[in-house]
Ligand binder design. Structure first.
Ligand SMILES: Nc1ncnc2c1ncn2[C@@H]1O[C@H](COP(=O)(O)OP(=O)(O)OP(=O)(O)O)[C@@H](O)[C@H]1O
Ligand SMILES: [Mg+2]
Length: 356
């Protein structure tokens, strides 16, 4: 997925990865927010530890930058086990997965990122591995092919996905614990910003932290990224201290508005309003009009816009709400659609599968 912007995993090259790694909370107790998930996960892990068993497999679902990779690392740390990392797109054949599974040590944690993008045959092999700690390795081709059963050590799978709706039922059902990560509240993000500022040795006032947090789209990765941009600005244009006023000027410069909308969010809204009169318009059409992949618009921009009450997903397509017109300072035309009444919002926009 192309997420080459504020929310994406790596728009700034390796530097960003280094900083992200440095800012990652290492233990469950340092993980800010997601109270429910944290408490539930803590029980799953600690009861397994007490029983001396490997815990159930864990599925982490949620948008980019909400802490899935961070939690996967924390799970391994809490269990005192090494973490083996791979991802759905990297597993093209069942053999690729067999190679990983057969070399896992007992109790090891296997993290499969973007698990919804794994190749089908590998997925089927994974079912059996998750359930019975066994795989059938197929040797040869055609009628002469034989399946050789292979035992694997009990392990804990941690799967992560930004598209829980795209996971086949049988795979989903094999996770004993499914954690849905939601956007973070302003107070939680403030804590994250202050924590990161401390680690990066950036001086920030409480108001400054609140300003950065408020524009972070409910997403820790964005909070950290905005903090670094604000720090740059503070170092070059001021005395290095991040105050509310300074944060505001810096973030205006970086085109992150008071509600936290970035360029992509505003481009999506502007297209929806300007080109399609507020909708309804299909996801693919909307994505093309902003020069993006449908998945980027759907996973990166839309959840936040929906959450902000600026956009609605309806059976007939995407629709702008009155708040969207107001936010862009536009007057809706008399015939603008405002979407169906609450409770009937669901997405039947073609090929995307059900919403997470
Ligand atoms: N609960 C949290 N508390 C503090 N920092 C967090 C938290 N969650 C995430 N972060 C920070 O946000 C950054 C991004 O988190 P992470 O890489 O875990 O997201 P992700 O869900 O794996 O995203 P993606 O879907 O793009 O892989 C991390 O560097 C981490 O420092
Ligand atoms: Mg990740």
């Amino acid at each position: 997925m192309d997420t080459n912007r504020l929310v994406g995993p790596d728009p700034e090259g390796p530097d960003e990865e280094v900083v992200e790694a440095a800012l990652r909370p290492k233990r469950l107790d340092d993980f800010v927010g997601q109270e429910r998930v944290r408490e539930q996960l803590g029980l799953v892990l600690h009861s397994a530890l007490r029983r001396g068993r490997t815990p159930d497999h864990v599925l982490l679902s949620g948008g980019p930058g909400l802490g899935k990779t961070t939690l996967a690392m924390i799970i391994a740390a809490e269990l005192g086990q090494p973490l083996r990392v791979s991802s759905g797109p990297a597993i093209e054949r069942a053999g690729d997965l067999a190679a990983i599974l057969s070399t896992l040590a007992e109790g090891e944690v296997l993290f499969l990122d973007e698990i919804h993008r794994m190749a089908r045959p590998a997925e089927e092999m994974l079912y059996m591995a998750m359930e019975d700690f066994r795989v059938d390795v197929v040797v040869g081709k055609g009628p002469g092919a034989t399946a050789i059963p292979l035992d694997i050590a009990p392990f804990t799978l941690v799967g992560a996905t930004t598209r829980a709706g795209m996971l086949p039922g049988p795979l989903r059902d094999r996770f004993g614990f499914v954690a849905h990560m939601d956007f973070y509240g302003a107070a939680e993000l403030e804590v994250i910003v202050r924590r990161s500022a401390r680690l990066l040795e950036v001086e920030i006032t409480d108001d400054g932290a609140a300003e950065v947090a408020g524009r972070s789209r409910g997403t820790p990765r964005i909070a950290n990224r905005l903090l670094r941009r604000v720090r740059d600005y503070a170092e070059v244009r001021a005395d290095g201290v991040v105050t509310e006023e300074l944060a505001r000027s810096a973030l205006d410069l970086y085109e992150v508005d008071e509600r936290g909308l970035d360029r992509l969010d505003r481009a999506v809204l502007a297209a929806l309003l300007g080109k399609f009169g507020g909708g309804p318009v299909g996801l693919s059409t909307l994505a093309v009009s902003v020069g993006e992949e449908p998945e980027t618009v759907e996973v990166v921009a839309e959840p936040f816009l929906v959450r902000q009450g600026l956009l609605a997903r309806t059976p007939r397509g995407r629709v702008a709400t009155p708040a969207a017109w107001a936010h862009l300072g536009l007057t809706p035309p008399p015939a603008a659609p405002f979407g169906p009444p609450a409770g009937t919002l669901f997405d039947t926009d073609g090929d995307e599968g059900p919403e997470p």
